[in-house]
Design a protein around this ligand. Sequence first.
Ligand code: NAD
Length: 249
Amino acid sequence: MKMLEGKVAVVTGGTRGIGYAIVKAFLEEGAKVALFGSRQETVDKAIASLKAENAAWDVYGDCPSLTDYKQVEEAMQKVKTHFGKIDILANNAGVSAREPLYDYDPSAFDKVMDLNVNAVFYCAKAVAPIMKEQGGGSIVNTSSMVSIYGQSAGCAYPASKFAVNGLTKSLARELGKDNIRVNAVLPGVTRTDMVAALPPEMVARISAGIPLGRVGEPEEVANAFVFLASDKASYITGATLSVDGATQV
Ligand code: NAD
């Protein structure tokens, strides 16, 4: 039996990178998936590429503005109408930041917090009543290894991921009574477009500092989402699971 057979999942930021790998892993494990992206064009492209791999995969797309609660709530209701329920939410969409404090435009700080924190809260708030009504569900948030170590520039990014851990642990305590589990995955440096664009020497330098000697693959991060989303993790909530090859910075 596949790990997510019969489940319905929503994955935000599912058009590329880690989110796309999560969508694919969920489909491979038997789930039906609603993929959210920021533009209809990229959502359509991602769905076409998934369907080219397996025409039987049941995947649906939408592009609500995740920083607008009303749009998020409407989009979750549309998923419920389309698939009949929502068992899993993978809160994956996020942006990073590298600005030094001295040059930091406060509006740029707010933009990171809007997507990385507020949208995670909005999606959880919109989906929790649906899960409660069904008797439970699983929310998996995307944090980062920087939520342990911080980083030396772009302080909004680690601040946002510390907040994701805080939301994860607090919502796990609040929603446990409704059988809704809330966990977070903390990826280390993962080979998405951003890493693929780096010069090979730089990737080699980063890899040399990682005990496993390499950066992570999106599929390896997605595997942690599958486990935490599944009933195999039925007694795990409030956890922050590192998928970083034991990176220490
Ligand atoms: P990516 O940039 O490749 O993909 C980001 C996804 O988020 C895309 O699907 C994009 O469409 C979506 N997105 C961006 N802005 C959006 C918006 N305003 N509204 C809706 N969707 C939006 O990123 P990635 O590397 O795959 O990262 C995915 C998650 O993993 C993020 O939360 C990121 O912080 C986290 N993460 C990544 C790494 C890494 O090394 N790649 C490490 C740790 C954590």
